[in-house]
Design a protein around this ligand. Structure first.
Ligand SMILES: [Zn+2]
Ligand SMILES: [Zn+2]
Length: 311
């Protein structure tokens, strides 16, 4: 047998797609768990101050989610249409938002305006509380269109945080059974957004399977390994990790589209959380950036042009 014969092809190491659970919606305690993870990661970390800020932001998100009012679901007609056409039911770019997302935002801003965070962040939150509805809607549109760079860097995480709460609320209120696999494997089957990172599960029947984690609604959906989540190329995929780490987080890089996505290997550390651990490993992003590779999906807590202060 030649070397080439022994190289696994995508899908070969896994059960047929029909037998695999393809979707995990986030739990209603998502933001509490995320906050806990930020708090665990922050002490002694070079970005500790920033991770501490995000822990408080995630606390506020959880409070907003807990108090979210019931909202009208998509009609049965819409559900059937999306299923037939293979479209995300809660498409973040196409679907109009219920104004309730701004009430969630207001709660988050009220908490952050008095939180123990840097003065500048408190002032930004207080300023946004007075912003015109039209301006908030415009910023939300930019973020959901993947154009966060058009939003002021200090404001972007607050708006994004409220949008996350809204989509998590909508998705979990509907339940898993209404969502279907899309033909495009690299976008979220719930909201159509790009993944923030991928997670390789460590337990049960999903052990060893790779799930992509949505940057907006935190849904995890299955995608075979050894395949670029951005362009679905399968040749020449390479993995990079930071020297001196245990390899729990690796960047999966594609030579075809020159992008990468981080993968979190839960068998190495099962406390990892897709969004928090993505942010705690920004050093790996810098390494990939130096190598000329671009992230394939955003982390919405992070402004693409924004500086993160160390300390
Ligand atoms: Zn999503
Ligand atoms: Zn690619």
């Amino acid at each position: 047998m030649s070397m080439a014969d022994r190289i696994l092809k995508p899908g070969e190491i896994e059960a047929p797609a029909g037998e695999i659970r393809f979707l995990f919606l986030p739990g209603r305690d998502l933001f509490a768990r995320r906050a806990e993870r930020f708090r665990l990661l922050a002490p002694g970390h070079s970005l500790g101050g920033y991770l501490g800020f995000l822990a408080l932001l995630a606390d506020a998100q959880q409070e907003a989610l807990d108090g979210f009012p019931p909202l009208p679901p998509p009609t049965l007609e819409e559900q059937t249409l999306c299923r037939e056409q293979g479209m995300p039911l809660l498409d973040a770019r196409l679907r109009s938002r219920n104004r309730a997302w701004r009430e969630g935002l207001a709660l988050i801003l009220r908490r952050m305006a008095v939180a123990e965070v840097p003065t500048a962040a408190r002032e930004t939150a207080a300023g946004l509380l007075c912003a015109a509805e039209s301006r908030l809607e415009e910023m939300a549109d930019w973020i959901l269109a993947g154009e966060s760079a058009a939003v002021p860097p200090q404001e972007s995480p607050f708006i994004a945080a409220a949008l996350q709460v809204y989509w998590v609320h909508m998705a979990t209120a509907l339940g898993e059974h209404v969502f279907v696999r899309l033909e495009a494997g690299g976008v979220c089957p719930v909201c159509g957004s790009a993944p923030a990172s991928g997670v390789v599960h460590a337990h049960g029947s999903e052990q060893g399977l790779r799930y992509l984690s949505c940057s907006l609604c935190a849904t995890q959906w299955h995608m075979v390994r050894l395949k670029c989540s951005s362009c679905e190329a399968t040749e020449g995929i390479a993995y990079y990790s930071l020297e001196g780490t245990n390899g729990a987080v690796k960047a999966e890089s594609c030579p075809d589209c020159n992008t990468y996505l981080k993968l979190l290997y839960l068998d190495k550390d099962n406390r990892m959380e897709a969004t928090a651990d993505d942010l705690a490993t920004l050093a790996l992003d810098m390494l990939m950036d130096e190598a000329g590779k671009a992230r394939s999906g955003p982390n919405l807590y992070l402004h693409p042009g924004g500086e993160v202060e160390e300390g």
